[in-house]
Design a binder for this molecule. Structure first.
Ligand code: SF4
Length: 607
């Protein structure tokens, strides 16, 4: 025993004696307190892996399916739950504690609903369900209600008649060090090893990228439903490869071609709407956020959702931040601070972060670079820190505020929606701060919404009002760019229609404006300027222009007369072209050069 321990024990004994004395003086009986104790469930062990189905869920449909296939490839039986709906919410409220946040009700209710279906529709008895199924979920120690999820699952399961159903917790802060709820002697049913995590990471990243491509392509597809079809095909191909343990890189290369073959019309002017907010509420694709993503698309918006990978990147970023802050401080057990240990942990976390972002970029590149890169966490931190302390944790922490400012300054979105579940404390805090952000950045169109499962019409009509502002903003932006180039919309469309490669879904644009159509116009207009014939007042395709020039050059004695005005013509005369106001015969070589835009970029003046 250390001297500190002795002091503490003495103080404790003194306190107890004093409490007993006061109780006696006041005539109070000694309290009989029954503390909650974690119920003892029968273990999920290695030997029952083949006969036990691991239930999980909570991400998007693409993620859930790919995780299922990737983990199945490692020999597990896994099954994702359905996307939680309002029935799940009702069941969650029926069996859960009062005053929980919305995601708790939806997710807890969703598990109970699934077990009820197994019992009532598929005829399994409760002991069979308990024997053949386990539920794996993420957990944490808080600071918000996230820390209570495990207890909520157990309470609801008990009250719904499934007491003893096994809930396995993967704690995000403990990572792979935890066992699957088993003693040291036995091998756990889930082996949280490198292969397991690599499979999950690949599934999450590819799920993110497929979703991202879907949201970027769908609003512009020429044939309705084509993107959805390609996404379904893609999920199947990637899933098959993952389950078979094949290398994923060549598969992604093939998939890129499928996406690229979707024909798009990027001249459609649409506002870009970023969905941010609490992690579950912004990620789910069901009643939990009123199907916000698909509904916004049906209202004419292009939606941008945050990849799940951003969340992992954020966790690694704050882990590094915390390590820096804890420099020199002994650990919670009073052990002396070790520089070597701290440096090793910091280096390992940094390496993990670099690896994680690198892998994301690699997959992104294989899929054609159209999907967005992960945002820079340092930048988000810097932008948010004057409004929201990074040490305030829970929910998305400072990210909600940082991402809103990031969207404005980096021209990422015309409008930002923050989806806040009913009863969510961290999101309520950051929404409070957002009013100051909106004040400081008046150009930002921001709307926080609270999702409670009801009031859908009211919420959607509020969003529609803001969306109208975003639509106006997108149209104004496009009109300004079009005006700057001096073309008409018809000329722009005519040119795009004549160039099939501009309809390819994976075409990438310069990032000069927020909207896709405006950025597309920037790219196309630069090409159009070269091939716009002032003389015939029409846009000429590259082929048409070149053909005319070659014909002129080949024909004996044919000349090409440059008719320069003040607006066009080479101002220096260095390319052999005439100066403004002059007329000059070009040589055949000059003719070809001018016509193909290789010379001074003059318009084609071929006779
Ligand atoms: S962040 Fe909010 S909604 Fe999410 S678990 Fe915590 S309190 Fe609930």
């Amino acid at each position: 025993m250390t001297p500190n321990d002795v002091l503490e024990a003495n103080a404790e004994a003194e306190l107890k004696a004093y409490e007993a004395q006061i109780r006696k003086e006041l005539g109070l009986e000694a309290e009989d307190i029954n503390h909650f104790e974690k119920p003892v469930e029968h273990k999920f062990l290695r030997q029952s892996r083949e006969t036990t189905t691991v239930l999980f869920g909570g991400l998007t449909m693409a993620h859930d399916l790919l995780i299922k296939r990737a983990v199945a490839g490692l020999g597990y039986k896994v099954d994702p739950l359905e996307v939680p709906d309002n029935d799940a919410l009702t069941i969650g409220k029926e069996f859960g504690n009062r005053g929980q946040c919305n995601p708790t009700y939806y997710t807890v209710g969703n598990l109970v609903k699934h077990l009820q279906t197994l019992r009532d529709n598929e005829g399994l008895s409760v002991p069979e369900i308990k024997e053949k199924y386990v539920f794996l979920t993420a957990g944490a120690c808080g600071p918000c209600r996230f820390g209570m999820y495990e207890a909520e699952y157990r309470k609801a399961l008990r009250d719904a008649g499934f007491e003893g159903f096994r809930v396995l917790l993967f704690e995000q802060s403990k990572g792979i060090s935890q066992a699957a709820g088993d003693s040291e002697a036995d091998e756990g049913g889930i082996d949280f090893n490198k292969d397991f995590f690599m499979a999950i990471i690949a599934a999450v990243m590819i799920g993110d990228l497929i979703n991202d491509l879907g949201y970027q392509i769908r609003p512009y597809e020429k044939n309705k439903g084509e993107t959805a079809r390609v996404i379904e095909e893609t999920k199947k191909i990637v899933g098959d490869a993952m389950e078979a343990g094949q290398k994923i890189e060549p598969v992604l290369k093939d998939i890129r071609k499928k996406f690229d073959a979707i024909e798009c019309d990027f001249t459609r002017v649409k506002p870009k709407v970023k969905i941010t907010g609490e992690f579950w509420a912004m990620t789910t694709e069901g009643d939990g956020n009123y199907h916000m993503g698909s509904w916004l698309e049906s209202e004419g918006a292009q939606v941008q959702v945050e990849p799940v990978s951003t969340w992992v990147d954020y966790l690694l970023y704050i882990a590094k931040h915390d390590l820096k802050k804890a420099w020199g401080v002994p650990d919670k057990d009073g052990n002396k601070f070790s520089h070597v240990k701290a440096m090793k942990t910091y280096a390992l976390t940094s390496a993990l972060k670099v690896y994680f972002r690198g892998r994301y970029d690699k997959y992104r590149k294989l899929l054609g670079m159209k999907a967005f890169a992960l945002p820079d966490q340092k930048k988000i931190h810097k932008l948010a820190q004057q409004y929201y302390n990074i040490d305030l944790r829970g929910g998305e922490g400072h990210m909600e505020v940082g991402k809103n400012i990031y969207s404005v300054l980096e021209k990422k979105a015309h409008m930002v929606i923050s989806v806040k579940p009913f009863g969510c404390m961290p999101s309520t805090q950051s929404d409070g701060v957002q009013s100051k952000v909106v004040n400081d950045y008046p150009e930002c169109i921001f709307i926080p919404i609270e999702t409670s499962g009801d009031g859908e019409v009211n919420i959607k009509s509020r969003v529609q009002m803001k969306l109208y502002e975003a639509k106006v903003r997108a149209r104004e932006e496009f009109a300004r760019v079009l005006d700057g180039y001096g073309f008409t919309m018809e000329q722009f469309r005519e040119y795009v229609d004549a160039q099939p490669e501009l309809s390819k879904a994976l075409t990438t644009f310069p990032h000069e404006e927020v909207g896709v159509a405006a950025n597309f116009l920037h790219m196309v207009a630069k090409k159009m300027k070269v091939h716009y014939s002032k003389k015939s007042d029409k846009l000429m395709s590259i082929e048409e222009c070149e053909r005319l020039a070659r014909e002129a050059a080949k024909a004996e004695g044919a000349t090409c007369v440059a008719e320069e005005t003040d607006e066009v013509g080479c101002s220096t005369g260095t390319c052999g072209d005439s100066l403004p106001g002059e007329t000059k015969e070009r040589t055949p070589e000059e003719t070809v050069k001018a016509a193909t835009g290789e010379g001074c970029g003059d318009s084609c003046g071929c006779d």
